[in-house]
Design a protein around this ligand. Structure first.
Ligand code: GDP
Length: 297
């Protein structure tokens, strides 16, 4: 998922580690290349700048340049800084899904992978945490999307709220809440309608649903291939409905990785999961250490 960035950085750091002694100028020149590589990976400009500034400040001190293995120390500084930019100061805590039935609101644009991710996450909660999960589709404009969730539910052995034609999203949310309590579910997931673009009607609806469900987690699903656009979408959704975490989908594609690297720094929101394919098991918990490892090869 980070092939290009990984190759670019690999080239820079190979040269640095092979070089032996390093001057401050060598480090600064290498960081200039890192900055270009980050921008080509569609990392937002302030994030790329901040990253390079921070690494440069740490890597140009004499403790590094005069050490026996300066190149390796620079790589270690970059590694640690990548983790920081990916997850902020701390790894996020577990999802807040105690206190059953815990509502999880799934939001995002149409085509981002929201319905697929809802089912993948339900399966994960069922398999790994032994939770009883109820899923409900609120996409009243697209009966096919409601059907799709029901089919996925059957596939993975997770219940879906029966479809009642003619109900509004708010009515479905109320029924899901009631059914989750009466049915003894641990978690209920509301797969809200998406649109091609953010608009007021969509946001009003999501807000109304949010007010009914008072979700413990509001997870925004965004297409990881869209780089900085994904970050812009996250900023808008967060401003309008409040987001507690982000799921980046399509990270199995040849994305440039910019969304993953900018998301936390720009929006302040943690990435919770990454989607790595269409299959129901292709959802991975977001692990900044692992991602930093992948980026640095
Ligand atoms: P929604 O409109 O946001 O609900 O999007 P869907 O869940 O219907 O997904 C749209 C398409 O993206 C489907 O064909 C999914 O199989 C596919 N998709 C979703 N997540 C991923 C992912 O992580 N990787 C890949 N390669 N495809 C995905």
């Amino acid at each position: 998922m980070f092939e290009n960035l990984s190759d670019r950085l690999g080239g820079v750091f190979d040269r640095l580690t092979k070089q032996g002694a390093l001057s401050e100028d060598d480090v600064t020149a290498a960081m200039r290349e890192v900055r270009v590589a980050l921008l080509e990976a569609d990392v937002s400009l302030p994030v790329a700048r901040g990253f390079v500034k921070s690494v440069t400040a740490k890597a140009t001190g004499s403790a590094v340049t005069k050490s026996v293995t300066p190149g390796q120390q620079v790589v270690k500084i970059v590694h640690d800084e990548l983790i920081k930019v990916l997850q902020g100061e701390d790894a996020p805590e577990a999802l807040r899904i105690d206190n059953p039935p815990a509502p999880i609101l799934m939001v995002g644009l149409q085509g981002s992978g929201k319905t697929t991710t809802t089912a993948k996450l339900a399966k994960r909660l069922k398999d790994r945490e032994k939770k009883r999960v109820l899923m409900a589709s609120l996409d009243t404009n697209r009966p096919a999307a409601m059907e799709q969730l029901a089919i996925l539910g059957q596939q993975i052995g997770v219940d879906t709220l029966p479809i009642v034609p003619g109900e509004s999203a708010v009515q479905i949310a109320k029924r899901a809440k009631q059914q989750a309590s009466l049915g003894g579910y641990d978690v209920y997931m509301l797969d809200t309608a998406g649109r091609l673009h953010i608009d007021q009607v969509l946001m009003d609806e999501v807000q109304a649903v949010r007010d009914i469900a008072t979700p413990r987690e509001t997870l925004l699903v965004v297409d990881g291939l869209t780089g900085q656009d994904a970050v812009n979408v996250a900023t808008e959704f967060d401003g309008k409905v409040g987001v507690s975490g982000v799921v980046l989908t399509r990270m199995d594609g040849d994305g440039r990785g910019g969304a993953a690297l900018s998301m936390r720094a720009v929006t302040g929101k943690p990435i919770r999961f990454v989607g790595l394919g269409e299959k129901m098991d292709a959802l991975e918990g977001f692990d900044a250490q692992r991602i930093a490892g992948r980026i640095l090869g």
